[in-house]
Design a protein around this ligand. Structure first.
Ligand SMILES: *Cc1c(COP(=O)(O)O)cnc(C)c1O
Length: 650
C-alpha cells in the first residue's frame, strides 16, 4: 500500500537511503517494503530482515539486536581472496597471497572461531597486537600453515611465548615495531635456544591521509626508520638470527580512501624489501598491513567515508607494484600478506533497534478562543497571510511576535496558556514557510529552519555501546528503516539514544557522497513498532563500545541462511544483564538487593510500605537484575508475545 498516494515506490526508498551503492550486494528492498538481506551476495538466497527479527523475538531475544550474518563474512573472505587470485593471474605473479585477520577489529569468540574455520581453505591467519589477543590466536588458530602476525608492544614474555608457540607447530611472526625490541628477541632466542620467525615494521616516509594519517610518516608511533631498519638488520646478523628475518611489514593507517596513497607506500615498501634482500635477509613475505577501506556512503570517492577504488583495484595495485619492484633485481616474488580487518568484518553485522517515541515541535494550530491577546491574534494573522511572495516578511513577523510573547510572559502580562498558543502558532508559521521554501537557493536565514523543525526519534540503543565511532571520530554509518519502505517517509529527524548525554545521538547521515544532518523517516504509528537498523558496524564498534550510563552489550545472534528463505540460528549471545554491568563496576548485585530488602523491611515495620507493595518492588528489582539493560516496549513486547508480524504491508 502506498500511503503517500504520490507514486512512491521501493526503488525511491532504495535510492533515498543509498542502498544501491553501499548495500550492494547484501541488502535490497522487496516490493512489500521490507529490507531484504542477501547473505551469500551474488550466490542467491535472501531473508526478510523484518521477518527474521520477528522470528528472533519469538525466541525471547529482545531489541536492540545485533544480527551477525556469517554467510556475509564468508562472502567477504571469498571476495578478498578471489580479487588477489585474479590479480595474481593477470600479472603472472609467481607468488601467492596469504592474508590474516587483525583481531582488534572484532575479538568476539564466535566471530574469531568462524573466521578461523572459514579461512582454512586459504591458509588464512590472524594478526594480534597484545598478549591477550595472542592468547586467543594461539589457542584458536590451529592450522599449521596459517600465519600469526604478532604486532604491538612486546615484552620478553610475549616474545618467549611466540618462540615456544613455533615449536608447538604454530607460525608466529614477531614483528619488530620498536628499536629496543630486537635486544629482547635476541636475548629470548639465546635463552631458549630457538628463534621466532622475525618481521620488521617499516616506518614509511609516504604517509597516509585522513583520520589515520598518523599511523605512518616520519614521526609515527610505530615502525622503524631507514636507519633503524639498517641497525636492526645488523643486530640480527650479529646475533646469528638474520636467517629468521622473514617478513617486511608496513601499515599506513585504517580506511585508506585514496588509492594513490597506497601506491606510494607500496613502491617505498617494495624498494625497502629489495634493499633488505640485498643485505642478506631471506624474507619471503611482504605484509602490506590494513587500510583496505569500506565505502560507507556508497559514493566511490576519496572522501573519508568512502574509497576511490574497488577491492580488485586494491589487489591489482599490490600485486603489480610488488612485482615491478622485485623483478628487475631478480628476486623471487614474496608471498603477499594483508591485514584487512575493516573490509572483511564491517558488512556482516546489522544492529536492529526500535524507536521508543518521537518528539516534534508543536505546530498544530490551537483553537481560537473568545478573548485572545494581541500577540496571539497577530500570529494568527501572520499564519493566515503566508504565501510564496512574502516569506521573508512573514518570517520576520513570526520571530518578532514570538519574542514579544516571551517578554510579555516574563513581565506577567501573558498567561501560560496564551504563551503556549503563541509558541504553537510560531511553529505553525515556520512549518508553513518551510513548506514553501525553494531548497535550491536557501539564504542563511532559512538554512537552519528544517533543523529547527526536525523531529527527534528516541531510539532503544546506546551510541556509546553500539556505534562508538560515530561519537568519537564522527564516523558515518548507513542507517535506515527496515520496513515501510513502500511508503514515502514524511518526517525529517535525528536519532537520540537512551543515555543522559547530549552527545548520545546520531545526527549525521550518509548522502550520496556527502552527509546530511537529518534523515527521512516515517511518522510512527500508534501501537506499532518502528524498526531501524545501523549497517557496516561489524568492525571495531563492539570492542570500542563502553558502558556509559551502564548500557551493556545487546543481544547478538549468528545466522546462517538455509534453502528457500529458511535460516539457522547458530549461536545466541545474550546481552549483558543489569547484574553483569553492576559487577563490572565492582558492585555486588546480591548485596545491593539485600540492602534494598532490609530497607523495605524497615518501611514495612514503619507502616510506610504494604507487604504486597514490598513484594512487587523486590520482584521488579530482581527481574531487572536478570534482564538486559535496554528498554522493553509494550508494542514490541505485544508483537513478540503474540508472535505477530508487527507491521504487515497491505
Ligand atoms: C588496525 C590495524 C590493522 C587493521 O586495519 P584495517 O583498516 O581495519 O584493515 C592492520 N594492521 C595493523 C598493524 C593495525 O594496527
Amino acid at each position: 500500500m502506498n500511503l503517500s498516494g504520490g507514486g512512491w515506490t521501493v526503488a525511491d526508498s532504495s535510492r533515498l537511503y543509498g542502498l544501491d551503492s553501499w548495500g550492494e550486494p547484501y541488502f535490497s528492498v522487496a516490493a512489500h517494503g521490507h529490507l531484504m538481506v542477501h547473505p551469500r551476495g551474488d550466490h542467491g538466497g535472501s531473508l526478510d530482515l523484518m521477518a527474521l527479527v520477528k522470528g528472533l523475538q519469538s525466541r525471547d531475544l529482545s531489541l536492540p539486536l545485533l544480527i551477525r550474518f556469517d554467510d556475509i563474512l564468508e562472502d567477504r573472505l571469498e571476495r578478498l581472496h578471489a580479487a588477489f587470485e585474479r590479480a595474481i593471474a593477470q600479472y603472472n605473479y609467481a607468488g601467492r597471497y596469504q592474508g590474516v585477520f587483525p583481531l582488534k577489529c572484532n575479538q568476539q569468540r564466535h566471530v574469531v572461531e568462524q573466521m578461523v574455520r572459514l579461512g582454512q581453505r586459504w591458509d588464512f591467519g590472524l594478526e594480534v597486537g597484545s598478549k591477550a589477543e595472542l592468547l586467543i590466536a594461539l589457542a584458536l588458530l590451529d592450522h599449521p600453515d596459517a600465519l600469526l602476525i604478532c604486532n604491538g608492544y612486546k615484552d620478553s614474555r610475549y616474545i618467549e611465548t611466540a618462540i615456544l608457540a613455533r615449536q608447538l607447530g604454530r607460525r608466529p611472526v614477531v614483528v619488530i615495531e620498536q628499536p629496543d625490541e630486537v635486544s629482547r628477541i635476541i636475548a629470548a632466542s639465546h635463552g631458549l635456544g630457538a628463534a621466532p620467525l622475525i618481521g620488521m615494521r617499516a616506518r614509511l616516509g609516504s604517509s597516509g591521509m585522513g583520520r589515520w594519517a598518523g599511523s605512518s610518516g616520519e614521526r609515527a608511533k610505530f615502525g622503524l626508520s631507514a636507519a633503524q631498519l639498517l641497525s636492526t638488520t645488523a643486530a640480527l646478523r650479529d646475533a646469528g638470527l638474520l636467517g629468521d628475518l622473514r617478513l617486511l611489514h608496513f601499515h599506513i593507517g585504517s580506511q585508506i580512501s585514496n588509492i594513490a596513497v597506497l601506491k606510494d607506500a607500496l613502491q617505498e615498501a617494495g624498494q625497502i624489501y629489495v634493499q633488505l634482500a640485498r643485505l642478506g635477509a631471506p624474507l619471503g613475505y611482504l605484509d602490506v598491513g590494513g587500510g583496505l577501506g569500506v565505502d560507507y556512503d556508497g559514493s566511490r570517492s576519496a572522501g573519508p567515508a568512502s574509497t576511490n577504488y574497488s577491492l580488485q583495484n586494491y589487489a591489482n595495485d599490490v600485486v603489480a607494484t610488488v612485482r615491478e619492484c622485485c623483478e628487475p633485481h631478480g628476486l623471487s616474488l614474496p608471498t603477499l600478506v594483508s591485514e584487512s580487518g575493516r573490509a572483511i568484518a564491517s558488512h556482516f553485522s546489522v544492529l536492529v533497534f526500535d524507536v521508543l517515541g518521537t518528539d516534534s515541535v508543536a505546530d498544530s494550530v490551537p483553537a481560537t478562543a473568545a478573548a485572545e491577546s494581541l500577540i496571539v491574534r497577530n500570529l494568527r494573522d501572520t499564519l493566515a497571510g503566508i504565501d510564496a511572495g512574502n516569506l521573508q516578511e512573514a518570517w520576520n513577523d513570526a520571530i518578532k511576535f514570538k519574542q514579544d510573547a516571551l517578554s510579555a510572559f516574563r513581565l506577567g502580562y501573558l498567561s501560560l496558556e496564551e504563551r503556549a498558543k503563541a509558541e504553537q502558532l510560531h511553529w505553525a508559521c515556520c512549518s508553513a514557510i518551510a513548506a514553501r521554501l525553494n531548497h535550491a537557493d536557501l539564504s542563511d536565514d532559512w538554512r537552519n529552519l528544517p533543523l529547527a523543525l526536525a523531529s527527534t526519534y528516541y531510539a532503544n540503543l546506546s551510541v556509546f555501546r553500539s556505534a562508538p565511532d560515530s561519537w568519537a571520530i564522527h564516523q558515518l554509518f548507513p542507517l535506515m528503516p527496515i520496513h515501510r519502505l513502500d511508503e514515502q517517509p514524511t518526517r525529517l529527524g535525528t536519532i537520540a539514544d537512551l543515555t543522559c548525554d547530549s552527545d548520545g545521538k546520531l545526527s549525521r547521515f550518509i548522502d550520496q557522497g556527502g552527509e546530511k544532518p537529518l534523515l527521512e523517516l516515517h511518522q510512527q504509528r500508534e501501537g506499532e513498532p518502528y524498526l531501524l537498523a545501523l549497517f557496516l558496524g561489524g568492525a571495531y564498534q563492539e570492542v570500542m563500545g563502553n558502558l556509559h550510563n551502564l548500557f551493556g552489550s545487546t543481544n547478538a545472534v549468528h545466522i546462517r541462511i538455509g534453502t528457500a528463505g529458511t535460516y539457522r540460528v547458530e549461536h545466541v549471545v545474550r546481552g549483558d544483564t543489569t547484574a553483569a554491568v553492576l559487577r563490572a563496576m565492582d558492585h555486588d548485585p546480591g548485596e545491593l538487593l539485600e540492602k534494598l530488602r532490609r530497607a523495605s523491611e524497615g518501611a514495612i515495620a514503619r507502616g510506610d510500605l504494604s507487604l504486597p507493595a514490598a513484594r512487587r518492588l523486590m520482584a521488579h528489582l530482581e527481574h531487572s537484575m536478570r534482564q538486559v539493560t535496554y528498554l522493553q516496549q509494550e508494542a514490541v513486547r505485544q508483537a513478540e508475545s503474540q508472535g505477530l508480524e508487527p507491521t504487515v504491508a497491505a
